[in-house]
Every structure is written in C-alpha cells, then in structure tokens.
Ligand binder design. Structure first.
Ligand code: 5GP
Ligand code: ZN
Length: 116
C-alpha cells in the first residue's frame, strides 16, 4: 500500500534498523523503544489488523511465518533465555497507531505489571 509506513520500510523506501528479513517477514527496532529490546515484527503483505489477517485465506500462512521467526529474533536479541513479551495492539481502543499488522517483541529488562 503506497502510503503505509510499514510497507515503505518493507520495500526499503524508508530506512529502519532491520534485525531480521526474509521474503515474507521483516523485523526492525521500534523508533521509540520502551525497553532495551523492542522489535517490530511485520508481515510484508499489507494487512491492516490482526482481525483482517485472520480473515484472509492466506492469514494462517502469514501468521505462521511471523511465529516461526520469533525464536531466531529472540536468540539474536539475546532474550531467548531471559524471556520477553509479545504484543499485538489491534484497532483504536487496542492502541494500534500504524494500520499495518505487527507484533512488538519487548525485553532486555524485567518487565512491569502484567495486564492480565
Ligand atoms: P502500534 O502503536 O501501532 O502498536 O505500534 C506502532 C509502533 O511503531 C510504535 O511503537 C512506534 O514507536 C513505532 N514507529 C512509528 N513510526 C516509526 C518509524 O518511522 N520507524 C520505526 N522503526 N518505528 C516506528
Ligand atoms: Zn502496509
């Protein structure tokens, strides 16, 4: 999608600090990190939200592609042993600000109170 920030990062049009990339997924450091490790994991295909991802015929494949790279990214960021948190903000009340589905991998310090 032409005016989508994460599509532009995926295509290389806008630079980012990329920590992982394959043909379907890109992962890069969040520009406003909330912890020493704060990585955004993004399917390259433009899909607005987690709900839209789940509704697509190829949604399971795209979600699976994201899931499968998490261990490698966690190892690379050295949080595979210590642990980390994975977050998807979905929609306005979920706190989603960029309408291209993505997952926050956060760690590198003892994280605060759980939401649930
Ligand atoms: P959301 O609020 O949609 O779940 O997460 C969007 C995230 O994208 C935010 O944590 C924000 O800091 C990050 N972000 C916004 N603009 C940029 C950018 O230009 N580059 C990078 N690397 N991250 C960005
Ligand atoms: Zn997009």
């Amino acid at each position: 999608m032409s005016d989508c920030l994460f599509c532009k990062i995926s295509s290389g049009e806008i630079p980012a600090d990329i920590v992982y990339e394959d043909d379907r997924v890109i992962a890069f450091r969040d520009i406003h990190p909330v912890a020493p490790v704060h990585i955004l994991i993004v399917p390259k295909t433009h899909v607005a939200t987690m709900l839209e991802l789940a509704a697509r015929p190829d949604g399971s494949d795209l979600a699976s592609a994201v899931l499968k790279v998490i261990p490698e990214i966690a190892r690379k960021m050295q949080v595979d042993q210590s642990g980390f948190r994975l977050i998807n903000n979905c929609g306005e009340e979920g706190g989603q600000t960029i309408p291209h589905v993505h997952f926050h991998l956060i760690g590198g310090r003892k994280l605060g109170e759980k939401l649930i």
